[in-house]
Design a protein around this ligand. Sequence first.
Ligand SMILES: Cc1cc2nc3c(=O)[nH]c(=O)nc-3n(C[C@H](O)[C@H](O)[C@H](O)COP(=O)(O)O)c2cc1C
Length: 345
Amino acid sequence: MLASLYPVVRPLLFALEAEHAHDLTLGALALLSRLGWLGAPLTASSNLSRRIMGIDFPHPVGLAAGLDKDGRAIDGLAALGFGFIEIGTVTPLAQKGNPMPRMFRLQQAHAIINRMGFNNGGLDAFLANVRRARFRGVLGLNIGKNATTPAERAIEDYLIGLRAVYAHASYVTVNISSPNTHGLRAMQEGDAFVRLLAALKEEQRRLGEAHRRYVPLAVKIAPDLDEPAVRQIAEQLRAHAIDGVIATNTTTDRSKVLGMRYANENGGLSGAPLLEASTSVIRQLKAELGESLPIIGVGGITCGNDALDKLSAGAKLVQLYSGLIYRGPALIKECLRAIENAQPT
Ligand SMILES: Cc1cc2nc3c(=O)[nH]c(=O)nc-3n(C[C@H](O)[C@H](O)[C@H](O)COP(=O)(O)O)c2cc1C
């Protein structure tokens, strides 16, 4: 129902400032699902089901992090037909994020620039929402650090996040690739990266024993990495037995949108202009990692073929964000149809 409604609603939403449109849509989804007006979330398996990171996914098309940072509309989003849902990024303490406006539509490019800066209600509010949700499908919980936490204490924020969300997550994503928190991306490099992975892995082992349940860890990386950097990341992910890698977050590169309205706004660019860069990181990761750990592909999927490209490059699952803003929930079905048609019969 919502997929066919979206083309009618979209011009109204696009007439609003981007963040207001976003808040309104999320609020409407939460309300409609509370009123029982949306169908039941999809949890049954399909012929596209797969087991990745030890988790059974009903199909490989999921929601990317950042659309529902606080987990306000988990059930409403699930009813759109995603195979899995990732919420967050959540930080230990609530924080306002950057001043508005901080989200911009580059319409001609089917793109978005955002510098939200992890605006969120903190772990307590996040977990209250997770507990309230009826969704029993695959739920990824994405953790980050507070803006005011100094770099030398960043690992503590991730450990606080991991401990808090562990029991509630199907998998936990460690976001070290947002361009909008000062110094965050430096955690993808060198010693800082090694120390972070070692600390997370040790905490995962401890929590696994305490809860008698193994919750996989996925690390989300940036598209703005050169080949040696991707190689080093792949080596360390493997060395630390991390369970998955999500590629990629938004880009700081503007070469594909030069001269367009809002192109000079600071922040991360997502949507169609990100497709190639993010898929090329997936391709390199796949070459480095082989089958040792699965890749979740995200960045610039705006049609079914884009999703197929990610899978052909080596991803086992894909996630959507900006494409949903431009195409609405019909994009999910389109991706599924393209993947289904490409499957050997
Ligand atoms: C407005 C906005 C907010 C985002 N917030 C987050 C976030 O909090 N955590 C995160 O890991 N990724 C976040 N992302 C990145 C997306 O999850 C995704 O990696 C990126 O947008 C590329 O996918 P896309 O081209 O399909 O949008 C955000 C993206 C957008 C557009």
